[in-house]
Design a protein around this ligand. Structure first.
Ligand code: SAH
Ligand code: SF4
Length: 339
């Protein structure tokens, strides 16, 4: 049986035509499944009686198997551990906020990029997730919790741009106005800087927000924190971001995890300001105190304030990421699938 969650509306339409149905049946099915959230073809009253059993025999709706649900102390974050059909484990984190719920989704089992401070990176890459396994995270969480998700961030396990095809399909499904209907502006893809992936986002005219895990403005330092920098260095990365800003007209987020004595020197923030101007980036900066993975520490609040002051003086907007769910290890870079 095929997992219906794997298919974009266009792919579904093509398969329905093969089953003797009409193209527009795909719109009806998207409505039933993703808007009305029905789980059986038999109740799809506007589909022909002939077609319904054929679809029932061909497709299944593969919700994910929930192994564990953990809530943070103040109940503003809920971490889900899922088991996939092949026994592999992934995680998602639901963040409940007054301005809308955000789901942090995974795109791979593990990750190949081995960033210095990241728990997922320590696992290595096991495999890419299928579109239905990405979409299934949202559908399963909404079903289990009875909530709606308004924002999606691709900041869970894995590097989204290293699984580009399936990432794109999942974005198509999330943002389809006949289905889940989450505007692409409410979807954020976070990347360690895979330049060909950034170029594909531009070429494919996706209008999702981009978050760049920069973490240092000097190649020598960034090589150590984000090893893929040896392949896609800072200058090349910033050039591709310049192109992203000018062609999408969307604001970019630069993520910067502060690690004591590694990348928190004042020369870094000064250089960051120079680079944002030099490359004409429409960017805000998200300062993230490192989550303790393997005993890493960040200096102190004072250092964060100093960074913020410098950025403010340069008229660059910055935010400090308030970690949700650090007590349940649901925070960024701490997702490791408990394997
Ligand atoms: N692979 C993508 C998305 C997943 S990681 C990327 O690297 O952007 C999501 C974010 O968590 C990234 O910005 C990453 O740098 C950050 N992160 C990793 N380890 C962390 C840690 N120990 N503390 C805080 N943030 C961390
Ligand atoms: Fe992979 Fe992102 Fe972790 Fe780096 S920070 S190892 S790219 S998941």
């Amino acid at each position: 049986m095929k997992n219906l969650f794997d298919l974009t509306k266009e792919e579904l339409a093509a398969q329905i035509v093969e089953q003797g149905g009409k193209k527009f049946n795909a719109v009806q099915i998207f409505n039933w499944i993703y808007k009305n959230r029905v789980t059986s073809f038999s109740v799809m009253s506007n589909l022909s009686k002939l077609l319904r059993p054929r679809l029932e025999a061909e497709f299944e709706l593969s919700f994910l198997n929930i192994l564990k649900v953990q809530k943070s102390k103040n109940e503003d974050a809920v971490k889900y551990l899922f088991e996939l059909a092949d026994g592999k484990k992934i995680e998602s984190v639901l963040m409940l906020q007054p301005y809308g719920n955000t789901l942090c989704v995974s795109t791979q089992v593990g990750c190949a990029y081995g960033c210095f401070m990241c728990a997922t990176g320590k696992m290595g890459l096991s495999r890419n997730l299928l579109p239905g396994e990405i979409v299934g995270q949202l559908l399963t969480v909404e079903k289990e919790r009875g909530v709606k998700v308004q924002n999606i961030v691709f900041m869970g396990m894995g590097e989204p741009l290293a699984n580009y095809e399936n990432l794109k399909k999942s974005i198509d499904i999330f943002s389809d106005s006949d289905g889940i209907n989450i505007n692409q502006r409410r979807i954020t893809v976070s990347t360690c800087g895979i330049i060909p992936g950034i170029k594909r986002l531009i070429d494919d005219k996706l209008r999702v927000r981009l978050s760049i895990s920069l973490h240092s403005t000097f190649d020598k330092v960034r090589d150590k924190i984000v090893p893929v920098n040896k392949k896609y260095n800072i200058a090349a990365l910033l050039n591709s971001l310049k192109e992203y800003c000018s062609s999408t007209k969307l604001e970019l987020t630069i993520e910067y995890v502060l690690i004591e004595d590694m990348n928190d020197d004042i020369s870094e923030v000064e250089n960051l300001i120079v680079l944002i101007r030099k490359y004409n980036l429409d960017a805000k900066v998200n300062i993230i105190p490192v989550n303790s993975v393997g005993g890493l520490t960040f200096r102190n609040e004072e250092r964060i304030n100093l960074w913020q002051k410098k950025l403010e003086n340069a008229k660059i907007i910055s935010t400090v990421r308030i970690e949700r769910g650090a007590d349940i290890l649901a925070a960024c870079g701490q997702l490791a699938g408990e394997v």
